[in-house]
Write a new protein. Sequence first.
Length: 159
Amino acid sequence: MLTQQSLMKHFEYDPLTGFFKRKNRKNAKFPAGTLQPHGYIKIHFEKKQYYAHRLAWIYFYGEFPTKEIDHINGNKSDNRISNLRHVSRSENAQNMKTHLDNSSGLKGVCFFQGKWIAQICINNKKQVIGKFESKEEASNAYKLIAKKIHTNNEYAKEM
């Protein structure tokens, strides 16, 4: 089982840079892990793949994260401990810029059947705000609702 002690035995973690380095290896001067296509860094350890941000949490705090680990600045490969926070799924979703399948480029807005749809996720359920002629109108509707329901703006990314 993965523990803080086993991590510390095999890796050095620099909380100021967010990099892991393997101990007792020829390539110990290079950061451990591989940058994945979706932007996260994965590290192979004890015959398993782990996300570096989750390992950083365990290494620094000594406990497994029970919720999600959010990258505050939105950079998924920035694993400095000051850039990581323990959040719920809902809080993490508030810090997303746009969804990968979003054709509009605007948070909470997509094009469907000839209309721009504004939608928001509340308690893990997608809620349609309305249908609009322009993506700007849909975006404004999303922003208005988001400000009302996301009272903890610490997590909400600028829309």
